[in-house]
Write a protein that binds this ligand. Structure first.
Ligand code: SF4
Length: 692
């Protein structure tokens, strides 16, 4: 860390990394950021921070940063720097031409969970108002879309139930498919404090993550389930609760529906732990013991991550978690609930802001006439009532030639989305790809127009964290590019004949509040007064809502859903006998575009493949050896790390570096309800690489 001297001013803002949403005081000397100091009154972090939020901000003025728009006729040409006027006019001309020639359905946009609520709202408005369709999707498609579907079906809203501080009231904490120590470190510390004070821990994860055994914390139960067997596990736990008489019948009778059908289903012998233990890879006795602890241990809370959602049954599993919480009466008070740990800083917000092809802001279906009318009268246009294309459908349609133009804001789809070869084929087929980003990322290799984006130090807006907390992001300096991202979007829309009429970012939040009931009480002025609020924030709850579903569920009665276990199509075979699963490390962030451009990039210079000693020995692989990882869709190379954290037959890597390209091997399999990719289960073979 370089000491840049004493600061002369301070700006209160929000970390732009993970979904914990820590509040920081950015201390500046002139325009130079000297230090990030965690804010002791920050609602999510109370003065704590992790290494990324505190030190990994150097990317904001990294020399790779692009500050001017650029254009080229074809992706084989060199980039040509141009002014904003020329770039925006050309973007509008090309999208307008594609719209006229091929119809409005031929163009669309992708929003990011790294940008602000206001920037996301602007893109979905541009697509709906100027492009004339609902071909807008968020990168949350590839992470937490099953959370949106599953929690909406069961509880009536697409968000976690608790505030982070709720964990301080838990007696039993179940962590499934999440590695908070690496991915949500500040919340992990809070959780560990509670565990050290006596709460019991259940970890369900194929990998022996740090939380299983760390100083003064030891899980009561670690269930190292086979990747792809989540639904079998949750059904076996629910079966135990139901058949051993551990149901909170009073809660079920008073607050839930669908009881008879669900209970008959879950009692079935096919859901018994003894029937599923082979599939799950964990003894029935251990599954039963974990279920008993969850049901009888007091206030039990579930925290989960992408190890739940990124499966072919991701949505089913989210509903399974909700079922378990309802069966045991663990919803609607402190210390309990079903809590998605969101990866990026604004996953929750990017979903809230209507950047799904079937939903307007606030999760209201585009087919509902009364909701469309709100926007039609305010925007002075007619909205298409039919849902648009999801991201994977955009790729398929681009390859087919029916989808011709794409606007991508703050998301590196060429690196982060599965089956890289297919994504690259789709991007190469587009007539016009516009990328708005800080850097010339992997996706920009296929772009015709590049529009420079702003870092969190220049943004003026809000992020919404994993506990629905809307935090202010305040600029420490004007945009180094000359324009805010929402301004760029509004200017493209205006050139396509659709005026957005905003002068400041605060005007966008005012429009969101005027049209979205859960945000009705939110404004920049209100946030400046109270610090932050958790939605719903409206007349009934002016200071927000820390705990959801108190007394009744948002949908009235909670709905128990049948969760039939269907094995994934992705099975190990003689040719691909191992299962690859993926995750993150503490010092890197997603595709690494930011963290790799900070002083900490040397801490983890590459992605590595963790492999069990038996699997390594079978293949003649030594620690540190270069290995080839092959799946049915592609091959990549990584260095091996021999580790007994993994069970035999399962290997693990991260996806922070473009060179190793983990997504070259991940497949097109996806969640049945939402198309969230099945990143967590890929059948692979691993062998020593023949040449370095
Ligand atoms: Fe930033 Fe997340 Fe670390 Fe908090 S825990 S400082 S939000 S990366």
């Amino acid at each position: 860390v370089v000491d840049l001297g004493m600061p002369d001013r301070t700006v209160l803002t929000t970390c732009a990394y993970c979904g914990v949403g820590c509040s920081f005081k950015a201390e500046l000397r002139g325009d130079q950021l000297v230090r990030m100091v965690p804010h002791k009154d920050g609602g999510a972090n109370e003065g704590h921070s992790c290494v990324k939020g505190r030190f990994a901000f150097g990317y904001a003025d990294h020399p790779d940063r692009q500050l001017s728009p650029m254009m080229r006729d074809s992706i084989d040409d060199e980039w040509r720097p141009v002014g904003w006027e020329e770039a925006l006019t050309e973007v509008a001309r090309r999208f307008s031409a594609l719209r006229s020639e091929h119809g409005p359905g031929a163009i669309g946009g992708i929003t990011s969970s790294r940008t602000t609520n206001e920037e996301v709202y602007a893109v979905q408005k541009m697509v709906r108002g100027a492009f004339g369709n609902n071909n807008v999707d968020t990168c949350a498609r590839v992470c937490h879309s099953p959370t949106g579907y599953g929690l909406n079906q069961t509880f009536g809203t697409s968000a976690g139930t608790q505030t982070f501080s709720s964990v301080e009231h838990s007696d039993v904490i179940m962590v499934i498919g999440a590695n908070p120590t690496d991915a949500h470190p500040v919340f992990a510390s809070r959780m560990k404090r509670r565990l050290r004070a006596g709460a019991k821990l259940i970890v369900a994860d194929p990998r022996r993550i740090d939380l299983v055994r760390s100083p003064h914390v030891e899980a009561e139960h670690h269930l190292p389930l086979q990747p792809g067997s989540n639904v079998a596990l949750i059904n076996a736990m629910a079966h135990t609760v139901v058949t051993e008489g551990l149901v909170d019948q009073e809660f079920l009778d008073a607050r839930c529906e669908g009881q008879d059908e669900y209970l008959e289903f879950i009692r079935g012998p096919e859901n018994a732990p003894e029937a599923l233990e082979e599939v799950i890879g964990v003894d029935a006795d251990r599954i039963r013991a974990a279920a008993r602890l969850f049901a009888t241990g007091g206030s039990s809370a579930i925290y989960y991550g992408l190890g739940v959602t990124e499966h072919s049954q991701g949505s089913t599993m989210v509903m399974g978690l909700a079922n378990l919480a309802m069966l045991t009466g663990n919803v609607g008070r402190e210390g309990v609930g079903v809590n998605p740990l969101r990866g990026q800083n604004n996953v929750q917000g990017s979903c809230d802001m209507g950047s799904f092809p079937h939903e307007l802001p606030g999760y209201r279906h585009i087919g509902t006439e009364s909701v469309r009318e709100i926007y039609e009268s305010l925007w002075g246009t007619t909205l298409d009532p039919d849902p648009g294309l999801r991201i994977p459908n955009m790729f398929d349609a681009a390859v087919d030639g029916t989808f011709r133009g794409l606007f991508v804001q703050g998301e590196d789809i060429a690196q982060s989305d599965p089956n890289t070869h297919h994504v690259e084929a789709a991007l190469s087929a587009l007539d016009c790809l516009v990328v708005q980003d800080l850097f010339l990322n992997e996706t920009a290799r296929f772009a015709h127009i590049f529009l420079p984006g702003t870092s969190f130090l220049e943004k003026d807006g809000t992020f919404t964290n994993a506990e629905r907390r809307i935090n202010r992001v305040r600029p420490t300096m004007p945009p180094r590019t000359g324009k805010h991202e929402w301004q760029v979007v509004a200017e493209i829309a205006a050139r396509m004949g659709f005026a957005m009429n905003w002068e400041r970012s605060a005007d966008i939040m005012d429009e969101i509040a005027a049209t979205t009931p859960t945000f009705a009480g939110v404004s920049f002025a209100h946030l400046d007064r109270v610090g932050s609020v958790q939605w719903p924030c409206n007349e009934a709850a002016p200071l927000g809502t820390p705990t959801m579903h108190v007394g009744s569920f948002v949908r009235g009665k909670g709905r128990l859903m049948k969760t039939v276990y269907v094995p994934t199509l992705e099975r190990s075979t003689r040719r691909y006998p191992l299962i690859l699963t993926t995750g993150r490390i503490l010092s890197q962030y997603n595709v690494g575009a930011q963290t790799r451009r900070t002083a900490n990039s040397s801490w983890h210079a590459e992605d590595v493949l963790e492999i069990h000693p038996h699997d390594a020995e079978d293949r003649g692989i030594t620690d540190g050896a270069l290995v080839e990882v092959a799946s049915r869709v592609g091959t990549t190379r990584l260095h091996a790390r021999i580790s007994d954290r993994m069970p035999v037959g399962v290997v693990y890597t991260t996806f922070h570096h473009p060179e190793s390209g983990a997504n070259v091997v991940t497949t097109e399999n996806s969640d049945w309800a939402t198309n969230c990719p099945e990143y967590k289960v890929t059948a692979v073979q691993v062998a020593p690489a023949l040449r370095a």
